[in-house]
Write a protein that binds this ligand. Structure first.
Ligand SMILES: [Zn+2]
Length: 310
């Protein structure tokens, strides 16, 4: 394989780009504000293409040194066809043949996938999931996502939508969720919902989740209980996942995963107590290691896998 890959992680707020070498090391990073281009998908596509050209120019790289471009996107992606079916927080992206458009613009092979699958590939090959055969990666943020690796292969499901851990219904009667269902796990532990709850628990409209973590670190009982409760909700959902799939390891990442340690502890305790004894005692529970780079490093793995399976 050619020595370099350009990894792109398109998020609702920012789009990250990185130049990755064959050791999975990030040699250069740039960021685009997705929000500035959110009204018009062509503008976003053009801005990304220009940012790729700028990376090549800055590093004085020829096209023949680039194996390909990997792109992770937050939504439903048909990675076989290279089509974006739908994006969750970026409007007007429906049935966009992104692979074809980008390949025409950049004259390089382009591969696309759901962002959580891409992050999972990164953690599995270069992060906390290295060497693990059966792995589930969970991202905690506005959305609660999951990526599944079984028998050393990523599992995407029949229409490439597998892994929607956030939309496991926990409640028969619960609040409606933006997936169209109600009572979903995400509806109690997605960051937007946690923030709404925080405003009422702390009777403060200005409170942030970071502030609650800070209060918890200072020993504030209410703040500690807030994160414990979120951890218990997550642990309940994940106990079901552990019973169903008997993974060797859960890797937990995303913005919320960095909250106070009581959150992580409560997740782990709940899984150990509530899942069945054998799968609960064997599953390792780890924090993700790649942080902000997971998407671009995972994009390297996406390109590598796609090219080696051709
Ligand atoms: Zn849902």
């Amino acid at each position: 394989m050619r020595p370099f890959v350009i990894g792109i992680d398109i998020g609702g707020t920012n789009t990250k780009l990185g130049l990755i070498n064959s050791g999975g090391k990030v040699l250069l990073r740039t960021t685009l504000p997705t929000r500035s281009f959110i009204r018009n998908k062509t503008e976003l596509i053009n801005a990304i293409a220009a940012a790729v050209q700028a990376i090549l120019k800055k590093k004085k790289l020829a096209r023949k040194e680039i194996a390909g471009i990997g792109i992770g996107l937050p939504g439903l992606i048909n990675m076989k066809k290279g089509t974006v079916n739908f994006l969750v927080n970026i409007p007007r992206w429906e049935n966009v043949p992104l692979k074809r458009i980008m390949e025409q613009k950049l004259r390089l092979p382009v591969f696309i996938d759901n962002d959580v699958n891409v992050m999972t590939l990164g953690e599995w090959k270069f992060g906390a999931g290295r060497g693990i055969r059966n792995l589930i990666c969970i991202t905690l943020g506005t959305g609660v996502g999951g990526g599944l690796v079984f028998n050393n292969e990523i599992y995407r499901g029949g229409a490439f939508t597998a892994g929607e851990i956030g939309h496991i219904p926990l409640n028969e009667q619960g609040f409606s969720c933006n997936c169209g269902g109600y009572g979903c796990l995400e509806r109690s532990v997605g960051s937007a919902h946690l923030l709404r709850k925080a405003k009422s628990v702390f009777k403060n409209r200005e409170i942030s989740l970071e502030k609650i973590t800070e209060k918890a670190r200072q020993g504030d009982k209410k703040a500690i209980e807030f994160w414990k409760e979120a951890g218990r909700h997550l642990g309940n959902g994940l106990a079901g996942v552990v019973n169903l799939l008997n993974p060797d390891c859960l890797v937990i990442g995303g913005g919320i995963a960095g909250a106070h340690q009581v959150l992580f502890k409560a997740i782990e305790e709940t899984i150990r107590n509530r899942a069945m004894k054998i799968p609960a005692s064997m599953v390792k529970i780890k924090k993700a290691e790649l942080g902000q780079d997971a998407g671009i490093i995972g994009a390297y793995v996406l390109v590598q896998h796609a090219l080696s399976s051709k």
